[in-house]
Design a protein around this ligand. Structure first.
Ligand SMILES: NC(=O)c1ccc[n+]([C@@H]2O[C@H](COP(=O)([O-])OP(=O)(O)OC[C@H]3O[C@@H](n4cnc5c(N)ncnc54)[C@H](OP(=O)(O)O)[C@@H]3O)[C@@H](O)[C@H]2O)c1
Length: 303
């Protein structure tokens, strides 16, 4: 009989990704959604019809009880919970007889050799290995969701293109084209995976809203905000990652240390940031038109 993933547990529903994935799961009208929330989590409100279960992420027993009867787990946990918490979640998913696990990925394609070696992605790579092993030894299956950097979010937070101050930084000149996806596309991808369990079983899916470079973003910024005095600055990725390596050697495991490696993965062609083969069609994700890209850039430019 064909696999159907109906009961879906979402973990991290209050986060950047989770709060977009949750309404998309509900809007699909195909799933019964349960949110697993840390008992210690600051109170967040979730839409009517969503069952919320407070769990202890340090206890496999607590997680297993919460996952009873679930067909799929969608993990959108943040960086603090990527390794140990996700391992326990996977153990609990196996114990509860869950069929599919989507780990918290939503970024670079870590099946590629160079990005997988970056220290910032160590926990994600470890979790992938853990899932691959479980898929060989238990009935649990997995899907890795690779979106590239978020487009709207990445513009808003000056991450893929720094518009604040009108002095965008172009890494190594900014000519590398990378795949990038809106948060809505990421949420649609999760829905698409859950609706296509066979086609997405034990593999990675890759999709994009747009393939674009920092230079192209600068051209669009100049077009949609011609009144601003755009003064791009070229920064070498080698300089950034050298400083990050030094911080890492000192045992400093923080955002300042890790961000340069992510910038490297996005803006260095050798790291293959533009996906070759796309699953957009399978997952029901449309790419943006040039006009839509411009509209998003215009809306999310910071002053
Ligand atoms: N491609 C991109 O541009 C991009 C950008 C941002 C993030 N991401 C990726 O997307 C994924 C989700 O990131 P995010 O920014 O949405 O995360 P986030 O907002 O930092 O956190 C998501 C949720 O994780 C849960 N959480 C946090 N610490 C936890 C802990 N110690 N134990 C258990 N749960 C914990 C919390 O949910 P509760 O409070 O409900 O328990 C939190 O709301 C990550 O894999 C991240 O790398 C990608």
């Amino acid at each position: 009989m064909a696999t159907v993933l109906k009961n879906v547990a979402l973990v991290g529903a209050s986060g950047n990704v989770g709060k977009v994935v949750l309404p998309a799961l509900l809007a699909a009208n195909k799933f019964t959604v349960t949110v697993l929330r840390r008992a210690s989590s600051s109170p967040s409100t979730f839409p009517d019809g969503v069952r919320v279960v407070d769990v202890d992420f340090s206890s496999v027993e607590s997680l297993t009880a919460a996952l009873a009867g679930q067909d799929a787990v969608v993990s959108t946990v943040g960086s603090a919970a990527l390794k140990d918490e996700q391992k326990r979640l996977i153990d609990a998913a196996v114990a509860a007889g869950v069929k599919r696990f989507l780990p918290s990925e939503f970024g670079c394609d870590l099946t590629k050799e160079l990005p997988a070696k970056l220290p910032v992605f160590a926990a994600k790579v470890e979790i992938t290995r853990y899932l691959e092993d479980k898929a060989k030894t238990t009935p649990l299956t997995y899907t890795l969701v690779y979106s590239g950097p978020f487009f709207d979010w990445g513009l808003q937070y000056n991450f893929i293109f720094k518009s604040a101050g009108s002095k965008p930084v172009l890494y190594d000149g900014g000519n590398t084209v990378f795949s990038s996806s809106t948060l809505d596309a990421v949420a649609q991808a999760v829905v698409g995976v859950l609706l296509k369990p066979e086609e997405t079983k034990n593999r990675a899916v890759r999709f994009q809203s747009v393939a674009i470079s920092q230079r192209q973003l600068l051209d669009i910024a100049k077009e949609v905000a011609p009144e601003r005095d755009w003064q791009p600055e070229v920064v070498k990725l080698d300089d950034l990652t050298k400083a990050a390596d030094e911080r890492l050697a000192k045992g400093l495991f923080d955002q300042e240390t890790f961000t340069p490696y992510i910038l490297r993965a996005i803006n260095d062609e050798r790291y293959e940031p533009k996906f070759e083969k796309l699953d957009n069609e399978l997952l029901g994700i449309k790419q943006l038109t040039q006009e839509e890209v411009k509209a998003i850039v215009k809306k999310t430019l910071s002053d």
